[in-house]
Design a protein around this ligand. Structure first.
Ligand SMILES: [Zn+2]
Length: 189
């Protein structure tokens, strides 16, 4: 969903004002449901994508208070089948949604990825990622989450003939997951 921005149009005035928000381009698969909880002020839509450039799952925050959980199609259906990697990922994203703390990154998604990568290069995990992992552990248990991350490392391994960029991405992603496993192990087990 890179570069797909939410645009706003306003009609009418004051109490009659109507806001219409629309994306630059439609999401490929689109709305598939929502997350609702007393912990949330309002339900958050779940939106499927099958765009390869998108993350497996991500919380996308548009402006103030409009949050969408974006997921790759197979992750969503994996969640329904009790696939550990898929459930861990979804609860991690719900953790981002409920525990928040992303204010400084709204509209600066690239900055988030950059800070995350820089933390990793310093041998650390970005704090917001730890908060979301802890949330997933509260709901699924530490062993489940660790197993989920291990399955994720295995299932996302690129094919032998993948290009350097893909391998590079995988290298960082799996290195971060290993660190997250290690931290959960130390904190909860
Ligand atoms: Zn995260």
């Amino acid at each position: 969903m890179k570069n797909n921005k939410l645009n706003h149009m306003y009609f009418g005035h004051k109490k009659d004002r109507i806001q219409i928000a629309h994306l630059n381009r439609p999401m490929l698969l689109g709305y598939v449901g929502f997350v609702e909880s007393p912990l949330l002020e309002k339900p958050a839509p779940l939106v499927l994508t099958n765009c390869e450039d998108d993350d497996l799952a991500a919380l996308r925050i548009f402006g103030t208070g409009t949050s969408v959980i974006m997921m790759q199609k197979e992750i969503f259906y994996g969640f329904k089948r009790d696939n550990r990697a898929a459930r861990t990922i979804l609860f991690h994203e719900i953790g981002h949604l409920i525990r928040g703390g992303h204010e400084e990154y709204i509209g600066r998604r690239e900055q988030y990825d950059e800070d995350r990568l820089n933390s990793l290069k310093e041998g650390k995990i970005l704090g917001l990622e730890e908060v979301a992992d802890d949330f997933a552990v509260e709901y699924l248990g530490a062993e489940y989450v660790i197993q989920g991350f291990r399955e994720l490392i295995e299932t996302t391994r690129p094919l032998e003939d993948a290009d350097d960029f893909e391998w590079e991405q995988y290298k960082y992603a799996s290195e971060e997951l290993e660190k997250r496993i290690e931290r959960i192990n130390q904190k909860f087990i």
